[in-house]
Design a protein around this ligand. Structure first.
Ligand SMILES: C[S@@+](CC[C@H](N)C(=O)[O-])C[C@H]1O[C@@H](n2cnc3c(N)ncnc32)[C@H](O)[C@@H]1O
Length: 217
């Protein structure tokens, strides 16, 4: 599915979020706390926007994904990032190889969320950060009403306009079944992260979680 939608993915992101996704990525990068001299991994990197934003802070960055179609777009975007084909559930990196690992709008797609998060924690050194940027379901009106209308009605229509109905009907359903902020924090803690914190922003539509890799894992 991701290979198929790679060509429309960036345009759809900008249309669906009115361009705001770049701002949310910058906030995720802030939470990763990386800069010159640090190594960062962006898992499920897709077309690579989050990896590119990490590299812009001076970090040495690897962007990995299992979709060749997505990686092809990412490669065309930047040569400052090392793009690698990898399954997030079995990362081909040694323990403690990175100072931070991020995932943007990707954790929702992991077929095994605890395992994906545990893999991110494994490859980050103790004291380093794991950051998850995800869509979450707002619980309070009026945003919850608008969100339901936008996601359940408008997004599938936009998907149909691009010829990718299935992928953009999958998107709302994947958001609905993804754990809420407190539950996700608990899964991150169980994956070996301490001091897990989260921010819910954009009127309750976006959640940014971060945790520190525990030296005692
Ligand atoms: C919605 S896109 C997000 C892309 C990008 N991170 C972003 O911020 O826009 C989800 C990505 O997760 C990737 N993905 C899902 N499960 C994966 C897995 N187990 N291993 C590697 N990549 C995975 C897909 O190939 C896709 O590129």
């Amino acid at each position: 599915m991701f290979d198929r939608i790679a060509g429309v993915y960036d345009v759809m992101n900008s249309v669906m979020t009115a361009g705001l996704h770049h701002r949310w990525r910058e906030r995720a990068v802030d939470l990763a706390s990386v800069g010159p001299g640090s190594r960062a991994l962006d898992v499920a990197t897709g077309t690579g926007d989050l990896a590119v934003a990490l590299a812009a802070r001076g970090a040495e960055v690897v962007g990995s994904d299992f979709s060749d179609g997505m990686l092809e777009r990412a490669r065309a975007k930047s040569s400052a990032v090392r793009w690698e084909r990898a399954n997030a559930l079995a990362l081909p990196y040694d323990d403690d190889s990175f100072d931070a690992a991020t995932v943007g709008f990707g954790a929702r797609n992991f077929s095994d969320l605890p395992r994906g998060l545990a893999e991110m924690a494994r490859v980050v050194r103790p004291g380093g950060r794991v950051v998850v940027l995800e869509i979450t379901t707002p619980t309070r009106p009026p945003l919850s009403t608008f969100f339901a209308f936008w996601f359940d009605r408008v997004v599938p229509l936009l998907g149909r306009a691009t010829g990718e109905d299935q992928a953009y009907s999958y998107l709302p359903s994947s958001v609905k079944r993804f754990p809420g902020p407190a539950e996700l924090a608990a899964v991150m803690a169980a994956a070996g992260l301490r001091d897990v914190r989260w921010i819910v922003t954009a009127g309750g539509i976006i959640a940014l979680h971060s945790g520190i890799v525990d030296g005692q894992r």
